[in-house]
Ligand binder design. Structure first.
Ligand code: PNS
Length: 165
């Protein structure tokens, strides 16, 4: 039986923390489908197409596929035949939201389990929103994201403000 995991998120943009979890998921899954949410609550910095392309550049591994999804996560997971949803737990602050989401997803789809993964120690406090903020003000994010993402952030903030902030 093929074990398929879905790793959902906004990925605005993908970080080394996300890449670390994708690699870790391959230890217990045959296929990992990285699922990029079309509808994210806040206005994303990167378009859906950009977010998908940047994940593909960051993680190019056999067994990893990047797709976008709209609507309920569990419906997408069923469509691709997944039995697991992967989420990262970085700090206590993540816990309440993640726990709520896991329980709701289980109510909606009892056959699909949420698997929480702990990221690498040095990536524990990394988030897409912090990366966006640091990059917006011209800080160095090279240790936190793939070079393609770094270039995309530079281009985005240069285009947006006319000059680098
Ligand atoms: O990276 P994020 O923003 O924490 O990802 C959140 C995401 C996209 C996984 C979550 O908002 C989601 O699953 N959205 C799809 C709609 C859905 O299924 N909502 C119910 C989840 S309880």
């Amino acid at each position: 039986m093929t074990r398929i995991a879905v790793y959902p998120g906004s990925f605005d943009p993908v970080t080394k923390g996300h890449a670390d979890l994708i690699r870790r998921s391959l230890a217990f899954s045959d296929r990992v489908v990285v699922a990029v949410a079309v509808n994210v609550t806040k206005q994303p910095l990167f378009t859906l197409e950009e977010r998908v392309a940047l994940i593909r550049e960051t993680v190019s591994l056999p067994g990893v596929e990047v797709r976008s999804f709209d609507g309920l996560l569990v419906d997408f997971a069923r469509q691709v035949g997944a039995t697991m949803l992967i989420r990262g737990l970085r700090a206590v602050s993540d816990f309440e939201y993640e726990f709520q989401m896991a329980l709701m997803n289980r109510t909606l789809a009892p056959g699909i389990e949420t698997v929480f993964l702990v990221p690498a120690f040095d990536l524990t406090y990394l988030s897409s929103s912090l990366v966006r903020e640091v990059a917006r003000f011209g800080g160095d994010v090279s240790a936190l994201v793939h070079p393609a993402v770094q270039r995309a952030l530079t281009a985005k903030f240069t285009t947006h403000s006319g000059s680098k902030a």
